[in-house]
Design a protein around this ligand. Structure first.
Ligand SMILES: [Zn+2]
Length: 48
């Protein structure tokens, strides 16, 4: 079952979200700066 996770790049501060299958802990890469210092946000920003 896919769900959306919210992520923030610790290098450039870019925030984005991504669909994942279950809770797979895979390596992520920032779409902007290609850093792999990505942190998962527990509380997603309240915007629609
Ligand atoms: Zn980045």
């Amino acid at each position: 079952m896919a769900k959306t996770v919210y992520l923030r790049c610790m290098m450039c501060g870019n925030e984005y979200n991504e669909k994942v299958e279950e809770d797979v802990d895979k390596e992520r890469t920032c779409p902007k700066c290609r850093s792999n210092s990505i942190r998962v946000l527990k509380n997603p920003p309240p915007k629609e």
